[in-house]
Design a protein around this ligand. Structure first.
Ligand SMILES: Cc1cc2nc3c(=O)[nH]c(=O)nc-3n(C[C@H](O)[C@H](O)[C@H](O)COP(=O)(O)O)c2cc1C
Length: 227
């Protein structure tokens, strides 16, 4: 069983990580989670989930948030616990996902500044040559943000913005979240059924500009394999 580390930071978009963690568990992965101090504030504000000031309440509230079955597949570490297994390259992981990733965490990771477990886990993924997926959320982006993302991409990280497409005619926030989560799972090489895959446009006249899109151009068939 592959184990993944999910770092939650103080960027907006905690709905994405609320979709990601269950999707990882359902895909058969073991999941380690840590949340930054700012992440605790945003989690409380956006989703009404209490993680404490340092993430110390996240483990006990995870079941109420994501369901007991999901929580059973997750280990939670305080971000201050720099001695926890994800701090070491000897603790094998299939990858690290920062979701959502603040510009602050992005900046610190981009210069190897590991001030907490989330940043250190990302630092370890880089030094060990393991998958590191960064899901940034900010708008607009300054040159500093863009340069930091470019630096990370050149170092081998995957920059996967919380930027869902609309070509699948999403009908709910869950649909938007699934679009991003599905892309994360694809990059991790996990088989999953999150979201829908593009099947091409309808034949001319059946849909398009000036006509109502009566049919979803994407099949409702679930995803069953990865490229
Ligand atoms: C409600 C709220 C929403 C925020 N949204 C974002 C955001 O989308 N992107 C971002 O980079 N920072 C955002 N911030 C600011 C970060 O939380 C702040 O820069 C923090 O220091 C990041 O710390 P961290 O990287 O340790 O989590 C937000 C803050 C709050 C309170």
């Amino acid at each position: 069983m592959k184990r993944f580390f999910v770092g939650i930071t103080g960027a907006s978009g905690h709905r994405y990580v609320a979709g990601l963690i269950p999707a990882l568990v359902r895909a058969g992965a073991a999941v380690d989670v840590s949340i930054t101090q700012a992440g605790c504030k945003v989690l409380r504000h956006e989703l009404g989930i209490e993680a404490g000031e340092q993430g110390e309440l996240l483990a006990s509230n995870l079941g109420a948030w994501l369901g007991p079955d999901i929580a059973a597949g997750v280990r939670v570490f305080d971000a201050s616990k720099i001695e926890a297994p994800p701090s070491s390259g000897t603790a094998l992981t299939g990858g690290v996902i920062l979701c959502p990733c603040s510009m602050g965490t992005l900046a610190r990771v981009s210069v190897g500044f590991s001030s907490n477990l989330v940043e250190r886990a990302a630092d370890v993924a880089l030094k060990e040559g393991r998958t590191l997926i960064i899901v940034p959320r900010e708008a607009p982006l300054s040159a500093v943000h863009l340069e930091n993302m470019l630096r990370m991409a050149r170092l081998g990280a995957v920059i996967l913005p919380a930027s869902p497409g609309f070509y699948h005619h999403p009908k709910s926030i869950d649909d938007l979240v699934a679009h991003v989560v599905g892309k994360i799972l694809d990059r991790l090489g996990l088989a999953h059924e999150v979201g829908a895959r593009w099947k091409g446009l309808e034949p001319a006249g059946d849909s398009g500009i000036g006509t109502a899109p009566p049919k979803d151009p994407l099949s409702d068939e679930p995803r069953s394999s990865t490229p």
